[in-house]
Write a protein that binds this ligand. Structure first.
Ligand SMILES: [Zn+2]
Length: 187
């Protein structure tokens, strides 16, 4: 966890592999510049036994907690850019969408349409496991609502929060995005 005051160029350690369980997971930390995210710590893992690979990054600098709010009101707003760092949260209350920071939630850059597409794929995957007709119907109705949102046929709000102020919403019309400070709840 915590960041050292000294900044090692690169740091290597061995750990237990989460896939094969052998003590052959090589961890490498390094500092790097990532476009749109600034200076970051990059952690990459590679297992010499089974080939498992993973990487994640988190920001070194912090602007403090910032929340961005975009009201999607016309089809053009769907193309507003969303930058999400590993510590960012994305919310669309009208569609019950909540993408929280977590191990499986890495950095990505997309647009509002891309977020809706991600949720759609997750719901489609869920649908395979659904056995009750009632539940299936519920998911299918939700998918239709998502499609409507993607076509710009409904209004909704996109909120991006990040305790480090790295994640954000970028719209070509800057006035459309409200930027405010907020107080993250204690975890
Ligand atoms: Zn392994």
């Amino acid at each position: 966890m915590g960041r050292d005051s000294k900044e090692p160029e690169i740091f290597v350690a061995k750990d237990v592999c989460p896939v094969c369980g052998k003590n052959s997971l090589e961890l490498r930390w390094s500092e790097t510049e990532i476009p749109s995210f600034g200076r970051c710590i990059l952690l990459s893992m590679k297992c010499e036994s089974c080939g498992y690979k993973s990487s994640t990054s988190w920001p070194l600098s912090s602007k403090g907690p910032i929340r961005y709010v975009l009201a999607v009101e016309n089809p053009k707003d769907i193309y507003a850019k969303i930058v999400k760092s590993p510590t960012g949260t994305i919310k669309i209350p009208e569609l019950s969408i909540l993408i929280k920071p977590g191990p499986s939630s890495n950095s990505f850059i997309t647009n509002v349409e891309g977020i809706l597409e991600r949720v759609k794929r997750a719901i489609m995957a869920l649908l395979f496991g659904v056995e009750s007709e009632e539940e299936r119907k519920k998911y299918q109705e939700y998918l239709q609502t998502l499609e409507k949102a993607k076509r710009g046929e409904m209004k909704f709000t996109v909120i991006v929060e990040d305790p480090y102020g790295i994640s954000r919403i970028e719209h070509e019309d800057r006035e459309k995005v409200r930027e405010e400070k907020y107080h993250p709840k204690n975890e």
